[in-house]
Write a protein that binds this ligand. Structure first.
Ligand SMILES: Cc1ncc(COP(=O)(O)O)c(C=O)c1O
Length: 432
């Protein structure tokens, strides 16, 4: 009997090794990772350069506590990362996971206003659907019914107002006016921040608003003194074909940026926030300290992994590859759509790709969700990993598949992904 507390009661295969976009289990079965885990392993696995950088860091300086020291790896990496993201003057706060990072952004936005003599600002507006993390603060911020429901007695909903999802078919600037309406209803002097995933991942199928949306969001936030937090835990670091997805909406610069997942691409737990010079100055020039911290923040081994991953992204031109391969896969998915009408819609940016599933007869989501999970299971059986989800329509209804292979995928591997997905839909279609 195992001593492991598994994520669910399902029997799990045991993965024993990985190379590039492939994993092997203990029975010798090979899986093509069409989702990079959960859009994490962005440069593929088995990179010796990353392992060497981590080993050197562990041997040189395994740990420092953030209340006592900085470290050369953290100093160098933060500077390089801010340059890569084209965020001059921003300050990087490194943590271990996306939930810690969104939690940090939420708390920093609250402290920012308190430092500026506006302690009445506490509300964090987010959208529904959305996913910002599993810790109680980041979960409260999340508009994701199934993951949130059990914990609602622990959440003060007054602090976490929700805005409707953007409509990709609408006029982007007009669509963003919904934020102004909500701010006016709430009283903008009670709102600390608006947080959004530029391209929605876990809770919907790579949903992105129309041009003009984030430009207007930024303007509205500035007008009302509300901070704009871009949660790019999934969409950032080249996943959508650019360093930051939000920059695909003209020149939008968030006050606080949240990163995770692809930052160290699964080699080590690494996430973080980047705070604008104005936000940083308010805290350091005010009380002088961020009232928040984690023991493993800025861990040298994780940061060294992040630096090595950034090197691979740059040297191998993986952002360009994400854009090129994204177009190829989107075309391939559209071809599959013509054979599998349950694929109601395909969309995506770079290698963050989504398929909306639903009833071909009505063109709407199925009454009872489960189709995405079935396709995901069929694909897994055929040796293809996808990232199925549900609840995008009203917290319960709505099925989608998220795809996000490593940015280093070859054309041949992309074809293999499409073939396996085709076979999975074929299998589920036969049962249906
Ligand atoms: C946009 C976004 N924010 C935050 C998180 C939480 O990250 P983590 O699971 O690393 O805590 C996720 C995870 O899927 C995410 O997609």
């Amino acid at each position: 009997m195992s001593s492991v507390f598994y994520r669910s009661a399902l029997p799990y295969p045991v993965a024993v090794r990985a190379d590039g976009p492939y994993l092997w289990d203990s029975a010798g079965k090979r899986y093509l990772d069409g989702a990079s885990g959960a859009l994490v392993a962005n440069i593929g696995q088995g990179r010796a350069t990353v392992a060497q950088a981590m080993s050197l860091a562990a041997r040189t300086l395994a740990f420092v506590h953030g209340s006592q020291f900085s470290s050369p790896v953290l100093e160098e990496y933060s500077a390089r990362l801010m340059q890569f993201l084209e965020l001059p003057g921003y300050r990087f706060w490194a943590v271990s996971g996306g939930s810690e990072a969104t939690e940090s952004a939420i708390k920093l936005s609250r402290q920012y206003h308190a430092e500026r003599e506006e302690p009445g600002r506490y509300r964090i507006i987010t959208r529904r659907p959305s996913y910002h993390g599993a810790s109680l603060g980041s979960l409260a911020a999340s508009g994701m019914g199934a993951r949130r429901e059990l914990y609602t007695p622990l959440i003060n909903e007054d602090a976490w107002p929700k805005l409707a999802a953007p409509d990709p078919a609408a006029d982007g600037a007009q669509d963003a006016e919904t934020l102004r309406t909500l701010l006016e209803q709430l009283g903008p002097q009670t709102v600390a921040a608006f947080m959004a995933e530029p391209v929605v991942g876990a809770s919907d199928a790579a949903l992105a608003p129309a041009p003009g949306y984030y430009e207007r969001v930024s303007e509205i936030c500035r007008e009302f003194g509300v901070l704009f937090i871009a949660d790019e835990v999934m969409s950032g670091m080249g996943r959508c074909g650019s360093p930051l997805a939000v920059r695909q909406w003209s020149d939008v610069t968030p006050d606080i940026l949240v990163l995770g997942k692809g930052l160290a691409a699964g080699y080590a737990p690494l996430a973080g926030i980047a705070a604008s010079p104005q936000v940083y100055a308010a805290v350091m020039g005010g009380s002088g300290a961020f009232k928040h911290g984690f023991t493993y923040a800025g861990h040298p081994v994780s940061v060294a992994a992040g630096a090595a991953v950034l090197g691979v992204l740059e040297q191998e031109g993986l952002l360009r590859r994400s854009r090129e391969l994204g177009i190829r896969l989107l075309e391939g998915l559209r071809e599959l759509q013509s054979r599998h009408p349950v694929m109601l819609e395909v969309r995506g940016r770079g290698l963050m790709l989504g398929v909306v599933l639903g009833d071909p007869e009505t063109g709407q989501s199925f009454q009872t969700p489960g189709m995405a999970a079935r396709v995901g299971r069929a694909a897994f059986g055929l040796g293809l990993i996808t990232y199925p989800g549900s609840g995008a329509v009203n917290g319960v209804r709505g099925d989608h598949l998220l795809l996000g292979p490593p940015l280093s995928l070859t054309d041949g591997q992309a074809d293999e992904l499409l073939e396996k997905l085709d076979a999975a839909f074929e299998l589920v279609g036969r049962e249906f």
